[in-house]
Write a protein that binds this ligand. Structure first.
Ligand SMILES: [Zn+2]
Length: 254
């Protein structure tokens, strides 16, 4: 088998392998993207839960402060009734006034914090719904990947060893060119020469349609052990047998 024939064989297997692997890769990428989005949501939820705990602690502290203040008011009222002199009486009144003002402030603050808590809890409910929805997407993506794996896994392994076998007979230098070209063309490393006009001897690269000099086509008919790459797209060119038979070399000059 000539080098070009070996490369064509490798190309056919490599192409199937890449297409199948691409399907797996798409499923993998979908799952990864869903997981990333779920992760963002989960972190946001954690942040909201922390905020919720902090608000509850603040509200609780305010409530403790109010009840302490109420106890103090009760005590002062009793003292008011038994106060011995005017000075003490006035001082108690002053403290009661101060406590009252302070309680009003705390009440207002408590109302504000409770409103914030309520709004936050509403957002948490929405957030949890979003998280549950994203989790569903994740589960779907996970089962699709699993399904894809069971569908193509075995075939992929077959193709992998077929590809390795096909590649093993090709010299290193040629294999390197093939791999680099396959990587840069999404697995389309080889392009057949296409006939544009037989009479005019016009031929082109079937992948990018750039016209090929007839000498280059002739070289492909005579030398099947050298790699010729398309000068435009870089793909490795080959001639289909049917086309090769139609190409008559120009008569040798005498
Ligand atoms: Zn080309």
């Amino acid at each position: 088998m000539s080098l070009i024939q070996q490369l064509v064989t490798l190309h056919r297997v490599d192409n199937q392998f890449r297409a199948l692997e691409g399907r797996l890769e798409t499923a993998r990428a979908t799952l990864a993207s869903q997981e990333r989005q779920l992760d963002v949501l989960t972190k946001q939820t954690e942040g909201m839960r922390l905020q919720e705990r902090q608000l509850k602690t603040t509200i609780h502290a305010l409530e403790v402060e109010v009840s302490a203040s109420l106890v103090r008011v009760e005590k002062l009222r009793n003292e008011l009734n038994t106060s011995a002199n005017e000075k003490a009486y006035k001082s108690i009144l002053l403290e009661l006034k101060h406590l009252e003002e302070n309680k009003k402030k705390i009440d207002d603050q408590t109302i504000g914090e409770m409103q914030r808590l309520e709004e936050l809890q509403k957002r948490i409910v929405e957030q949890l719904a979003k998280g549950a929805e994203r989790q569903r997407f994740c589960d779907i993506a996970k089962s699709e990947l699993k399904e894809r794996r069971s569908e193509v896994g075995a075939r992929l392994e077959e193709l992998r060893s077929e590809r390795d076998r096909a590649a093993s007979t090709i010299p290193d230098a040629a294999r390197k060119i093939f791999n680099a070209t396959a990587d840069s063309t999404d697995g389309e490393a080889m392009a057949a020469v296409s006939e544009v006009n037989r009479r005019q001897r016009e031929y082109a690269c079937s992948a990018c349609n750039i016209e090929m000099p007839f000498e280059a086509v002739l070289r492909l008919t005579s030398d099947q052990n050298t790699i010729f790459q398309c000068r435009a797209c870089g793909r490795i060119l080959y001639l289909e047998d049917a086309l090769r038979d139609t190409i008559v070399p120009a008569p040798a000059k005498k």
